[in-house]
Design a protein around this ligand. Structure first.
Ligand code: ZN
Ligand code: CU
Length: 502
């Protein structure tokens, strides 16, 4: 390993920090340039050459690029409980987008749990309060929020399987307006989850209009990602047209063997829509399995055995001995049917807290997604590190750079960097970030393009990646040569606002 040289250089008006001898991929996707980068007061003060600096770091010819933006996270709770977010920082991630799949930290009804995937009682009230709470804890990375439909609906009308009354709809709309005024990116939905799945398209259009009034985004976990993927894409495009929101499709995939290859058709739909006046983007995680709360995927009256066949238990408070095991192995060992195993897990008093991993996709479709110029990268990591979590929580960004860029040559390095930085910042309104440009915030990562790789696997999912040398968040060193500095320089970002000194 090349050692960093830290030196104090005498002289006036020194920069805070200089990173010398790096190959700069500036986030634009254009060709790289060799040189130095200088940082002052949290921002990039020079690109190309650097003057004297208080801290001098030798990049030793490695790649420097903007810090990665994880556009699909469920870190809303982790930012409160575990603001160090080591699993993100070690990948070179400097900002996260929260409030995905319809689950968000707001609204919170005082004294009541938010429900769903983010079951916590927030003391913050509104989005401004949540941002202040997290910022006060010194988060390692920046964060920007969406307001989630599942959370809105549960707060307004519980888990009722019916349309909202006009008063309930007005309550939800009011919360969307409030969140947008406080800097939210837009509205997210999770239409395959409870309670979002009980909402008709018109309900979502009404709420998306409230986001559109602030130029916000409509970001959706589609109603169906398998047999009816294309119809679900049509619904999302319709919601965009009717509401006036740009549309973002989360973790684009074709789930289930019978549907493999359909991502080609849904990407064609997106291209066609964009060719006729729509504004649609997507994200993907670089793995062939998904993960989420197991109870959300099963109807206990009619257990989907085909789905149960491809499920592995990630974490399970009810039966910890099942963690890391395929349900098929458990059923065979006990000589019982798969449906019986599913029912036993989910009917236990703690069963709802079970997180599972579903092996439903194929590699070719992941590569098709990564080959598309409008596909960003989002981990969809669930920050519950108990048991055997999905390795995407620790490996997503280095996996794109190592496996898909270097080993598989699915996309060039500069293009991968663009899709993990400037494209994401432009789409999610992270102003003054996502490019190595003078005056922009110094969210930066230095990595070795020959060494960078994910080490987290299905059986050993908590390993931090290799090859990431340095991570700066707002000009502060968050991670260096495998060491987390513990500096919490992350900020609460507001949609399209530059920030304190902006
Ligand atoms: Zn989702
Ligand atoms: Cu998600």
């Amino acid at each position: 390993m090349v050692a960093w040289v830290t030196a104090t250089v005498p002289g006036m008006a020194k920069a805070d920090l200089a990173i010398r001898d790096v190959v700069i991929h500036d986030g634009s996707g254009g060709p790289p340039a060799e040189g130095d980068v200088e940082v002052r007061d949290g921002r990039i003060s020079s690109v190309g050459s650097a003057g004297a600096a208080s801290v001098d770091l030798d990049g030793a010819g490695r790649v420097l690029c903007p810090g990665f933006v994880d556009v699909h996270t469920h870190d809303d709770g982790a930012l409160v409980r575990d603001p160090g977010l080591g699993f993100k920082v070690a990948q070179g991630v400097t900002s996260v987008v929260i409030g995905n799949c319809g689950f968000s930290a707001v609204p919170v009804v005082p004294g009541e749990a938010t429900g769903g995937a983010l079951d916590f009682r927030g003391g913050w009230g509104d989005l401004a309060g949540y941002g202040a709470t997290v910022e006060g804890g010194g988060p390692a990375v920046n964060f920007i929020s969406q307001v989630g439909h599942n959370t809105l609906r549960q707060a307004a009308m519980g888990l009722e399987k019916r349309p909202p009354t006009s008063a309930e709809l007005a309550t939800m709309r009011g919360w969307v307006f409030e969140a947008m005024e406080q800097g939210a990116v837009g509205l997210s939905t999770g239409l395959m989850y409870q309670p979002g799945r009980w909402a008709a398209t018109e309900e979502i259009v009404e709420l998306a209009r409230a986001a559109a009034s602030h130029d916000g985004l409509y970001n959706t976990h589609l109603r169906n990602e398998g047999d009816r993927l294309l119809e679900a894409v049509d619904e999302a495009l319709l919601i965009g047209r009717e509401s006036g929101c740009p549309v973002h499709l989360s973790h684009h995939k074709a789930a289930g063997q019978a549907n493999w290859g359909k991502v080609v058709d849904s990407l064609a739909k997106v291209d066609e829509a964009n060719g006729t006046g729509a504004d649609v983007t997507l994200d993907v995680y670089p793995y062939v399995a998904g993960s989420g709360p197991m109870y959300q995927y099963f109807d206990l009256e009619r257990v989907d055995v085909g789905l149960a066949e491809v499920i592995r238990i990630a974490s399970c408070l009810a039966f910890p001995e099942l963690e890391g095991r395929m349900l098929t192995d458990v059923a065979a060992e006990r000589d019982v049917g798969l449906a019986a195993v599913v029912r036993e897990v989910l009917t236990h008093p703690l069963g709802k807290q079970t997180i599972c991993i579903q092996f439903l996709m194929r590699e070719e479709d992941v590569e098709t997604n990564l080959g598309h110029p409008l596909v960003m990268v989002g981990s969809d990591g669930i920050p519950d590190v108990r048991g055997q979590p999905h390795p995407r929580l620790f490996g997503t960004f280095p996996r794109v750079l190592g496996h898909y860029v270097r080993d598989r040559e699915v996309l060039p390095l500069g293009e991968a960097v663009r899709r993990m930085t400037s494209l994401s910042c432009d789409r999610f309104g992270l102003a003054g970030r996502g490019r190595v440009a003078e005056g922009d915030w110094a969210d930066l990562v230095v990595f070795d393009p020959r060494m960078v790789r994910d080490l987290a696997t299905w059986d050993d999912p908590r390993l931090e990646p290799a090859g990431v040398a340095l991570v700066l968040v707002n000009g502060q060193v968050a991670y260096r040569d495998g060491e987390h500095t513990g500096v919490g320089a992350g900020r609460a970002l507001r949609f399209r606002e530059l920030g304190p000194q902006g």
